[in-house]
Design a protein around this ligand. Structure first.
Ligand SMILES: Cc1cc2nc3c(=O)[nH]c(=O)nc-3n(C[C@H](O)[C@H](O)[C@H](O)COP(=O)(O)OP(=O)(O)OC[C@H]3O[C@@H](n4cnc5c(N)ncnc54)[C@H](O)[C@@H]3O)c2cc1C
Ligand code: FES
Length: 365
């Protein structure tokens, strides 16, 4: 059994062979994490003392240089000895996740096979701009979707790209206004950090635009004059599904720059926002000689997020200034891991005393 000490956290935690992240979760430490599968980098920390076995993870998320400097992903490492660890990100207690019934109150179909769903929860719910919820329709498996709305809005808005033969995609492609669903959340660590004052870059791949809109709107409402760059990346002209709203946002905030990057299209442009015909990583390299002092948020496919992570790091972005929630399908498998974690946590509480209160089933996530 290894002992884990975490900087700025009282006490010593016991690890019996599971990942460091599982130990932290089981002990209610508000350590940042999101995918729990090595895809987002949210759980990055540094080993100050001790040895770990590091499982495989993408180079873009944890580079060779970072490994050499002692950085690890808590969800991908198992202690080989007693450990002293520091979190890269702040230890913040996030709004608690709740599970409740909600209803679809509005639905519209956009080009690019995107459905916009507005959902009314039974009770008001707190979340941070950039977080996501698990939506479970009918008897289908739950799926994660990032919220595009602002905290305090009367309903939650989601942008859902329809995938061929996708289970939830198939369901939301039908008229489902009035249907009930189970809403579970919020989750995720790719949320907006209001304390940061340097340039803010929001990089959205496809429907990764939803959480980036939530972050960009929150940042501009807090300070309309701050420097914000929104990169919207997709493949074809026919994928661009939020053009007029982006244009309206650009007109409202002169310090907001919206860049539309299409990797597979060719001129002439069909929309009103200016286009560039390249990958979003090429655009970042073109626009930024250095990203030192900036904050970057990214959402979309794991492959894009991974490429953005590698690119921004090569441009001097500090690891603590990148925040992502990739749309990883490993997330679905995570429910199993989360169940194990929940059972372990329940066991620990029971060991502390049979009357210690167990939390709700939303801990399953
Ligand atoms: C944190 C997070 C946030 C997310 N936010 C968003 C968001 O805002 N918007 C959004 O559109 N998506 C988002 N996603 C992705 C979303 O959760 C779903 O994964 C996605 O919508 C597909 O769900 P589905 O049920 O329609 O498809 P699934 O049924 O899960 O299928 C997905 C794809 O895999 C294929 N497939 C299914 N089963 C198999 C199999 N056995 N073998 C081979 N292929 C198979 C299907 O044909 C389909 O193309 C997010 C994911 C995460 C983790
Ligand atoms: S939570 Fe560990 S990499 Fe995403």
């Amino acid at each position: 059994m290894a002992k884990i000490e975490l900087k700025d956290w009282p006490g010593v935690l016991e690890n019996s062979g599971e990942t460091v992240l599982e130990t932290l979760i089981a002990n209610d430490v508000p350590f940042p994490f999101s995918c729990a599968s090595g895809d987002c980098g949210a759980c990055k920390g540094r080993v100050l003392c001790g040895e770990v076995e590091l499982q495989s993870c993408p180079e873009g998320i944890l580079s060779r240089e970072e490994r050499e400097q002692g950085y690890v992903l808590a969800c991908r490492c198992i202690p080989k000895s007693d450990l002293k660890l520091e979190a890269l990100d702040e230890l913040v207690a996030l709004p608690p996740a709740k599970r409740q019934t909600a209803w679809v109150v509005q639905q519209s179909r956009r080009q690019g096979d995107v459905v916009i769903l507005n959902i009314q929860p039974r009770q008001e719910i707190s979340f941070l701009p950039g977080q996501y919820f698990n939506l479970k329709f009918d008897n289908l498996p739950a799926r994660a979707y990032s919220v595009a709305s602002q905290p305090g809005d009367s309903c939650l808005s989601f942008h859902i790209r329809l995938l061929p033969d996708g289970k939830t995609s198939g369901y939301v492609s039908r008229d489902i206004v009035g249907h009930a669903l189970t809403l579970d959340g919020p989750y995720g660590h790719g949320y907006w950090r209001p304390q940061h004052e340097g340039p803010l870059l929001a990089v959205a791949g496809g429907t990764g635009l939803a959480p980036m809109l939530s972050i960009v709107n929150a940042a501009l409402r807090a300070n309309a004059r701050r420097e914000v760059w929104l990169y919207y990346a997709d493949r074809e002209e026919s994928d661009v599904y939020w053009e007029s709203e982006l244009l309206a946002l650009q007109q409202r905030y002169p310090n907001l720059r919206i860049l539309c990057e299409l990797s597979r299209a060719r001129p002439p442009a069909q929309g009103v926002l200016p286009r560039r015909y390249q990958r979003v990583t090429a655009a970042l390299q073109q626009d930024w000689p250095s990203l030192a002092g900036a904050k970057v948020y990214a959402a979309g496919s794991p492959r894009m997020v991974d490429a953005v992570a590698a690119c921004t790091r090569s441009l001097g972005l500090a690891p603590r200034d990148l925040h992502t929630d990739p749309f990883s399908d490993a997330h679905e498998h995570r429910l199993d891991g989360a169940l194990v974690t929940w059972c372990r946590r329940a066991l620990r509480r029971w060991q502390k005393g049979p009357f210690a209160q167990l939390e709700t089933a939303s801990e399953l996530e």
